[in-house]
Design a protein around this ligand. Structure first.
Ligand SMILES: C[S@@+](CC[C@H](N)C(=O)[O-])C[C@H]1O[C@@H](n2cnc3c(N)ncnc32)[C@H](O)[C@@H]1O
Length: 362
């Protein structure tokens, strides 16, 4: 038997085995009795439970914590915010305390009592670090925030629950739950004001990686037939980067697509479809949409993850929602729609961007 016959034989067998497994799985799922036997309902985890476990594991890792602590703009923002807003005598919850750094800032600012909550095992280090740094009035609560119960309500909820795409660390449900149960009327959530951006943009020429079917001349080799094999998985269409040199410029004037105040928001009030337009003010290839956030405490105190902001907080990524390339000229109009099943799960986001030439519009 030659080599190519062996390869064909192996591919054939593995395809048959895969088809067999899929068939068996579908039979199991089709029969309620068998399904319950293989997948007992008590063992099926909800997406929220699965996310919680991932989050707990992720933040137990010292590297996840050191990336945040070494992020200079982030730490300066929180240090300033706490110095400005936390008053002597305040009772404070630090939701997701991690290494306990924000709880320590609040304590040094004169808080009467800080309840520092974390569901991850990092909280053991937080306890020791506080003792070693002379921080005394912090109670460390080793629970998920939904299991935190206190006799009296607090003056401030302090938190850093922002994911790369703002909502993907369950900030809204976590903070709303504590706000509704444990924050005094008129109490403070720090920070509370957020903006989400989704800007049409062009990548730097030397960094652009087009879709494979857009590569029509790699030293005379054409990949355009690969368009027949467009991947179906949403992950392929979203890239995450922290790299400041990646995005060349926005095509229009940036504006937030969502503005959120945690004092008033409810989980169900987040829209699941956002449509907006941008007039092209700087021409270039439309490579995709870049998603980033801003957090505001005062007019002169904000934190940004914009790829074009040299003072951006470097450990947060921004997300690029890829689009088939087209060239946008000054005056063109871009119509963008973002639909989302679940803001905490970027894989459920879908987007389109239509472009109208200025002549067509005229
Ligand atoms: C982004 S880190 C911030 C850590 C720390 N506050 C800081 O600023 O360096 C978020 C932390 O919140 C914790 N966390 C996330 N959701 C939580 C929840 N619902 N209850 C308790 N801890 C949570 C994670 O384990 C993680 O340590």
């Amino acid at each position: 038997m030659d080599l190519s016959s062996i390869q064909r034989f192996t591919v054939n067998v593995s395809q048959r085995v895969r088809r067999g497994c899929t068939l068996l799985r579908n039979c199991l799922l089709g029969s309620p009795r068998l399904k319950d036997w293989f997948y007992p309902p008590s063992k099926i985890k909800t997406p929220a439970e699965k996310y919680r476990e991932r989050n707990e594991d992720y933040f137990a890792d010292l590297h996840a914590q050191e990336r945040m602590l070494a992020d200079g703009p982030r730490m300066a923002f929180y240090h300033d915010a706490i110095s400005r807003k936390i008053k002597r005598g305040d009772r404070v919850i630090d939701l997701g305390t991690g290494t306990g750094i924000l709880a320590a800032f609040a304590s040094r600012q004169g808080a009467a009592q800080v309840y520092a909550v974390d569901h991850s095992s990092i909280i053991e280090h937080a306890r020791e670090l506080a003792a070693e740094n002379g921080i005394e009035n912090v109670d460390f609560e080793d629970v998920h925030s939904t299991k935190l119960f206190l006799d009296d309500q607090v003056d401030v909820i302090l938190h850093e629950q922002m994911g790369d795409f703002l909502f993907d660390e369950a900030m809204v449900p976590n903070v709303c739950d504590l706000r509704d149960r444990l924050l005094k009327p008129g109490g403070l959530i720090l920070p509370s004001k957020f903006e989400l951006y989704c800007e049409p943009m062009t990548l730097r020429d030397d960094r652009r990686v087009p879709f494979i079917w857009e590569l029509t001349d790699v030293h005379g080799f054409d990949f355009s037939s690969m368009e027949r094999s467009r991947p179906q998985d949403s992950e392929y269409y979203g890239l995450v980067s922290c790299d400041l040199g990646f995005v060349k410029h926005f095509l229009g004037e940036p504006a937030p697509i969502l503005e959120v105040d945690l004092h008033t928001i409810t989980e169900s009030s987040l829209p699941l479809k956002v449509s907006f337009t941008r007039k092209v003010t700087k021409e270039g290839i439309l490579d995709g949409l870049v998603v980033f956030m801003k957090v505001k405490v005062d007019d002169d105190l904000e934190l940004s993850s914009s790829p074009l902001d040299s003072g951006r907080a470097p450990h947060w990524g921004f997300r690029i929602l890829r689009l088939d390339q087209s060239y946008a000229e000054i005056g063109d109009k871009l119509e963008v729609t973002l639909t989302v099943k679940d803001w905490t799960d970027p894989d459920t986001w879908r987007w389109t961007c239509g472009m109208w030439g200025c002549e067509e519009l005229a």
